[in-house]
Design a protein around this ligand. Structure first.
Ligand SMILES: Cc1cc2nc3c(=O)[nH]c(=O)nc-3n(C[C@H](O)[C@H](O)[C@H](O)COP(=O)(O)O)c2cc1C
Length: 171
């Protein structure tokens, strides 16, 4: 039990990466397998992932997203998207994509890779920018962009535990 807590707390947002460092296709596949192992409403798995290594596209993302400057040194980005076409379950799409995103971050930490989750949804101007840049079909919504790379900074594990946030039986 302590082990899982220590592991989860070791994941931190990393914003400086070793420029040009290799992150293999096999490593990326592991991250995407972890992402797609997430729970989802009705087990509908509405997620799609765009793996972006092209530097011109990474630059273009930085033009759209004001807080994604860490992509400058990242080896790649993963754009997490949701498919809204399932009318019975599409209200949960963002929650499903968030679960997939967190799984990806944890798998990356386990592989010694650094990541940073950059929010896209629900900011309309960012969503619009991603829609255009990646020619997303109408039923596909961009959720987040995750920077991935070999860390060039170290961060101590974070323990955000706060007993004041816990309520017993009622508020
Ligand atoms: C929904 C969401 C959106 C975020 N967006 C950004 C972002 O745009 N840029 C950024 O540098 N970090 C972003 N972060 C990372 C947070 O700043 C970070 O998780 C928080 O400061 C806690 O630090 P830690 O991840 O190292 O524990 C985002 C995190 C979440 C969950």
């Amino acid at each position: 039990m302590d082990d899982v807590l220590k592991f989860i707390q070791r994941r931190r947002s990393i914003r400086q990466y070793q420029k040009g460092a290799e992150v293999s296709e096999g490593q990326v596949e592991t991250l995407l397998r972890a992402a797609m192992s997430a729970p989802s409403a009705g087990n509908q798995q509405p997620w799609h992932f765009i793996v972006v290594r092209d530097r011109a596209k990474l630059e273009a993302i930085m033009q759209i997203h004001p807080y994604a400057g860490m992509l400058k040194t990242a080896s790649l980005a993963v754009v997490v998207c949701g498919d809204l076409s399932n009318e019975s379950f599409n209200r949960y799409w963002a929650q499903d994509c968030a679960a997939a995103t967190q799984n990806l971050l944890l798998a990356a930490a386990n592989s010694g890779l650094g990541t940073c989750w950059c929010g896209v949804h629900p900011r309309p101007e960012r969503e619009e920018g991603f829609r255009k840049l990646f020619a997303l079909p109408g039923n596909i919504a961009p959720f987040a962009v995750i920077a991935v790379g070999v860390p060039a900074e170290q961060k101590a594990p974070a323990d955000y535990y706060d007993p004041a946030r816990i309520h017993s039986e009622t508020w």
